[in-house]
Design a protein around this ligand. Structure first.
Ligand code: FES
Ligand code: FES
Length: 211
């Protein structure tokens, strides 16, 4: 082949081949991203849906979600577990609290993909209908709710607190539940529920407000 043949140089021919190969690779990569498959071994998946298995309340739950889906939306929308509440959706109210490997976690701030392989415990996983968790029993006995929207998150946070500190002081309870906001202001009853669940005497509004 001569250097020039019908207007195509050897150099431009090779360049064109290279660009074609690059375009093919890019197209394959884009398709892999769209289908959620990491075919190029790049570690990048999505934005298309991909299969995922989450360990929720002791069960393996298989779902197909987009990688950008939060753990909260995955629980509520895809797994049908609506106990965890979406209130602020920005990590500031605690309504979506779950335990991830025992650690209190705002599920609205975590991607479900990042929870793969972890033990996730939601409020549905605390106790059973026949035998509630002592925290749940105490919330009922102390009427520790009004609208109830903050309650699941507070129950999970209280369980995390008592797992770490079985007999917390009032200050430790306030600290342990400080990431959970009750807009109805039911704090004295909430604190007393936690005190009872840890085998301690209740306090008054005045004691709660003192510090
Ligand atoms: S909804 Fe997650 S912290 Fe408020
Ligand atoms: S009971 Fe209504 S927000 Fe707490």
């Amino acid at each position: 082949m001569s250097e020039r043949n019908e207007g195509i140089s050897r150099r431009s021919f090779v360049q064109t081949l290279g660009m074609g190969a690059a375009a093919g690779a890019l197209q394959g990569h884009a398709e892999a991203r769209l289908t959620g498959q990491d075919e190029g071994g790049t570690g990048i998946v999505g934005p298309g849906p991909r299969p995922i298995t989450l360990r929720i309340n002791g069960n393996d739950v298989r779902l197909t979600i987009e990688p950008a889906t939060t753990l909260l939306d995955t629980l509520r929308v895809h797994a049908g577990m609506t106990g965890s509440k979406e209130i602020c959706d920005r990590g500031s109210c605690g309504g979506c609290s779950v335990l991830v490997n025992g650690a209190l976690t705002a599920s609205c701030m975590m991607l479900a993909c990042d929870a793969e392989g972890a033990e996730i415990t939601t409020v549905e996983g605390l106790g059973t209908e026949e035998a509630l968790d002592p925290v749940q029993e105490a919330f009922i006995r102390h009427d520790a709710l009004q609208c109830g929207y903050c309650t699941p998150g507070l129950v999970v946070a209280a369980r995390a607190l008592l797992d770490a500190t079985p007999r917390p002081s009032l200050d430790e309870i306030k600290q342990g539940l400080s990431g959970n906001i009750c807009r109805c202001g039911t704090y004295t009853n909430i604190f007393n529920a936690v005190l009872e669940a840890s085998g301690q005497a209740p306090v008054t509004d005045a004691e709660v407000n003192r510090g």
